[in-house]
Design a protein around this ligand. Structure first.
Ligand SMILES: NC(=O)c1ccc[n+]([C@@H]2O[C@H](COP(=O)([O-])OP(=O)(O)OC[C@H]3O[C@@H](n4cnc5c(N)ncnc54)[C@H](OP(=O)(O)O)[C@@H]3O)[C@@H](O)[C@H]2O)c1
Length: 218
């Protein structure tokens, strides 16, 4: 199963790439600009964990990957869905990481999405054969990218089908110290995306960058 990341050069995508590389998962690290993707992969390799990573354009990620992580700003997701919708591989699963959030006077504000969540909006914009899951929405890049720090938290994976959840979970369960929880249907993203805002607010008030979630009782 080929894994790829659209937006693999950003804070969150690079963090995911670092964790996948450290777990020896073969992954294409995508960018609109191949040079930028190469630079990211070289940096991850020089940190000692990128042997299984390959730089690629976003186009190549879409054409070659079975599981595609979407790690771009929420505002660009519509355009990418329109550009790539018909170009994903048959049976591909797109894993949405985007959070519809902006800052107002230094405070995180949820951007209202008529579909209920960014993940459901993406689902509505992709052709039915492409399956959609959501993951990593509550995992901060500042921790994801620090291989010297254990994640020690849960990731909530939801999706439009058991197959989509299984594909996302299969990949992410390769990351040590991250427990994967099945959060059910894609509408769970409504809660998850708001949980991200909660964590960002906590980070600000407690002057940290590492707030994340651990569910107890299971
Ligand atoms: N940062 C976090 O802690 C965190 C945590 C959870 C979820 N998220 C979510 O993860 C997503 C990525 O976050 P981030 O902090 O990594 O964002 P980012 O650094 O601002 O952007 C990620 C990448 O997206 C690509 N990109 C930017 N504008 C684009 C456009 N108009 N069209 C296509 N690609 C574009 C860029 O890659 P190229 O220029 O190389 O193409 C960029 O490196 C966001 O939706 C965010 O809400 C972030």
């Amino acid at each position: 199963m080929q894994v790829g990341i659209i937006g693999g050069t950003g804070a969150e995508g690079r963090g995911l790439a670092a964790r996948l590389g450290a777990a020896s998962v073969s992954a294409l690290i995508g960018s609109r600009d191949l040079a930028r993707a190469r630079e990211t992969v070289e940096r991850l390799r020089s940190d000692g964990g990128g042997a299984s990573l390959e730089a690629a354009t976003n186009d190549a990620v879409v054409e070659r990957s079975d599981v595609v992580f979407l790690a771009v700003p929420f505002a660009s997701a519509d355009d990418l869905a329109a550009a790539y919708g018909d170009r994903f591989r048959p049976g591909a699963v797109v894993v949405d990481l985007t959070v519809p959030m902006r800052f107002h006077d230094g405070a995180p504000v949820f951007v209202d999405v008529p579909e209920g969540s960014a993940a459901e909006r993406l689902r509505a914009r992709l052709p039915p054969p492409v399956r959609v899951a959501a993951a990593l929405k509550t995992i901060p890049a500042s921790v994801l990218g620090r291989l010297d720090q254990p994640l020690d938290c849960d990731d909530f994976v939801c999706g439009d089908s058991p197959e989509a959840r299984a594909a996302a979970s299969d990949v992410l369960s390769r990351i040590p110290t991250l427990r994967i929880l099945d959060a059910g249907g894609l509408d769970a993203a409504r809660a998850l995306e708001r949980m991200t805002l909660l964590a960002v607010g906590l980070n600000k008030r407690y002057r940290v960058r590492s707030a994340r979630f651990r569910m107890v009782g299971l």
